[in-house]
Design a binder for this molecule. Sequence first.
Ligand code: GLA
Length: 669
Amino acid sequence: MTAARPWPLGVDGIAYGGDYNPEQWPREVRLEDIDLMREAGVTLVSVAIFAWATLEPREGEYDFAWLDEVMDDLAGAGIKVALATATASPPPWLTRHHPEILPLTQDGTVLGQGGRQAYAVTSPLFREYALRMTRVMAERYGDHPALALWHVDNELGCHVPHDYSEHAAVAFRGWLERRYGTIEELNAAWGTAFWSQRYDSFHEILPPRAAPTYANPTQQLDFARFSSDELLTHYRALRDVLREVTPQIPATTNLMLSSATKWMDYFSWAEDLDLIANDHYLIAAEERGQIELALAADLARGVAGGDPWILMEHSTSAVNWQPRNRAKGRGEMLRNSLSHVARGADGIMFFQWRQSKAGAEKFHSAMVPHAGRDSDVWSNTVALGRALEALAPVHGSRVLSRVAIVVDYPSWWASELDSHPTQALRYNEELLRWYTAFWDLGISVDMVPTGTDLTGYELVLAPTLYTVRDQDADRLAEAARAGAQVVITFFSGIVDENDHVRLGGYPGAFRDLLGVRTEEFYPLLEGETLHLDDGTRADLWSEKTHLEGADAVRSWADGPLHGWPAVTRNPTGEGAAWYVAARPTADGLEALLTEIVAAAGVEPAVPGLHRDVEAVRRFAEDGTTYLFVLNHSDRDQVVQVSGREMLTGTDVEGAVTVHAGSAAVLQES
Ligand code: GLA
């Protein structure tokens, strides 16, 4: 149970801080920054992320004086640095001299200088410049006492997950040659007998640029795989330079795990990151945004393989990039932060330390707001620092869940392609709907990739696992045989990894496990709902499913499939396999999940809480448990516990009230 991954050097307890952009400020402000960081208890800051143009104002001419000073000041104050490679945004001189490094969109638009991230990740010339800058940073600061962690680039793929430039075309061909070996293999995998798409050589292949109609689906899927791989390849190249110069310093990059980030298969990146760092922003328009936040945090823990990870960015209050940027309510910033800690984060950081005076993000909140110290935001910043200090013993403990949700990025990409039974299916919505149902029952889940050994779980859910390899489908069957309740939802197991349909009836890969055979899909029209025989309703999807060994748990109560099964259960080995061939509305889903959870024998962390009270436990190696109770509701919540409340440092026994909007962390005895 000990943390396997390295941690920022010299950072103890729960790391606290944010992105620090001193290049935007004069010396007197930077000096004040140091005082304020001390006041708030900051221990780690990310520096120089967007500093390339300041550090290298003209090609080959460097100005390090200011950064030397900043690093020394931070070291003097005992504050550690996650130092960036400074490559996240090329300086204007670079794109002016070499416009060929700029990325191209699907419809042929060149994305120019003036914002940020204006580079094609596949451009060999850009790679050369980025490697050079990385080496310069590593050689200059590799021995600096403040250096604790390398922060490679920044949110790789944030603005340009897919580049369609000539560089991308060349790299895509290379990637395909490595994947398929011969053009015949590619033709077979892509099904190019269809629509006269047969290729005679790899030279003929292009990225799926704008075309008269639907591009080849396997080409689209492979381009998504390739694009995720290319971003990782870029990370690796930079990381390798850092490893060569400073083998003692761990390296990471900040991921964007959330229910909205689709294009990077972060599970496949995990091995290359010394530790997992995630950025997450609440969606202000989302009434119960804390649920999506928790999903993102569980996903970050999943990518970290259960090891502690760092929340590298979130916001103290409003952001600047949503249509309406709501300020956070009372207690919300603390609850958001503790929700990440509860789910395995051992570092809480923000974008950014000091709110900018100029530039596109000047209305994005920060730890030091425009208003200065006399503000709620600053008080919250200081209070959070104190809270995290008190939680230092939590570092290294783990969340142990008995439920797993299988998350698969290729299924996300492929299930949402064009030319499908419905265009209304959104993989991430399905994920969030089921996640929400678990949340409402108070049950914590692990988010795991396909290929994971699932036999230790009591309940395993695979929502819309559309594309699946045989060996990954087998993992689910093994879990059921070993005693788990395995739940597979509609549009799963439909195709192989080349997006070729598994013939003989749906859901091809899972027909035997589920004991069903579907002959045809019956997607519902917009706004249409049908009744299930438990009186609840379902929308989006239905299918004509024959029972071939399974029992019907729910049937359609009206519509063209009246009387046909909608949810089935097939006893298998020590467990069972459930097929949810419908999309029940929230009440129906909760009722169904309640049955499944009962069959699995899984209990909430704390029974009987209001659904907007979040309770999660972390387990330390020495047997200590930490119970996080975060009250997102507008009512006080009484919890039966005994132990030490860590935020206030008081011993508690029996009934404890967690006030509306507030939080408690119990070291349980
Ligand atoms: C991302 C970036 C930051 C900043 C924030 C604003 O996470 O990494 O530089 O732009 O968004 O929310």
